[in-house]
Design a protein around this ligand. Structure first.
Ligand code: DQA
Length: 147
């Protein structure tokens, strides 16, 4: 099983970015923890971070046939990107949306996700462990039959 993990804009700044909201771990540390969990479950992961919407669109667009599932934290593009939503719908690779913070308890503009409807589900508010929960959810989902 191969899972693509995509992280959107400003997540490269984790560790120093608003630690009261996003915690003290860097993205590399969060991804290392996820990689440990994946290894223990014999799952291959490939992770990327980009501040460019088009790069994220390209990576989603190239995922069909190469990856069994996607874990996506679209960051700010969650709330704005029709292009990311269309890319997810186009490839139809099962995707779980992750947010470190509880976006629903924050500013009103964060309550809307344009991408979540193109995902099998959303995990928000659990910090870095949200990526691990997303991995478990994807493994469980992919183990079921979908007609
Ligand atoms: C975020 C929440 C978004 O609203 C915000 O723009 C981010 C991070 C999160 O992981 O909590 O950059 O996706």
């Amino acid at each position: 099983m191969k899972i693509l993990v995509l992280n959107g804009p400003n997540l490269n700044l984790l560790g120093t970015r608003e630690p009261g909201i996003y915690g003290a771990l860097t993205l590399a540390q969060i991804m290392a923890r996820l990689a440990d969990e994946a290894r223990a479950k014999s799952v291959d992961i490939e992770w990327h971070q980009s501040n460019q919407e088009g790069e994220l669109v390209d990576r989603i667009g190239a995922s069909r046939g190469r990856f069994d599932g996607i874990i996506l934290n679209p960051a700010a593009y969650t709330h704005t990107s029709v292009a990311l939503r269309d890319a997810l719908q186009a490839v139809a690779v099962p995707c779980v949306e992750v947010h470190l913070s509880n976006v629903h308890a924050r500013e009103g503009f964060r309550h809307t996700s344009l991408t979540a409807a193109a995902c099998i589900g959303q995990i928000a508010g659990f910090g870095p462990i949200g990526y691990v929960l997303a991995l478990e959810a994807l493994i469980e989902y992919l183990g079921r039959k979908h007609t």
